[in-house]
Design a protein. Structure first.
Length: 87
């Protein structure tokens, strides 16, 4: 399925995904994890190239990696830190 190209909001960048990994979480989503409510694109770990960034145009052309597990910065786990629990 094709999706429309999003328009980045201020302080966001548009990234062209070059490679994406499919992990066990993605496979579980296909099997109905989270009640089968997932409606996105699989492959939440990716590498890509910045194609647009109005707030930092010097980033255009940069290779970036994406990992969508971010911290809330409020709970005890995030306060403790670690690989996943940091911004």
């Amino acid at each position: 399925k094709d999706f429309p190209v999003p328009t980045p909001q201020p302080n966001e960048a548009l990234v062209k995904v070059l490679r994406a990994g499919i992990c066990n979480t993605d496979l579980e989503l296909l099997k109905g994890y989270k009640g089968g409510m997932f409606r996105g694109v699989l492959g939440h770990e990716f590498v890509g190239e910045v194609v647009e960034c109005s707030s930092k145009p010097d980033l255009v052309g940069s290779r970036v990696a994406g990992e969508l597990n971010i911290s809330c910065s409020n709970c005890r786990s995030c306060a403790r830190g670690g690989d996943v629990a940091r911004n």
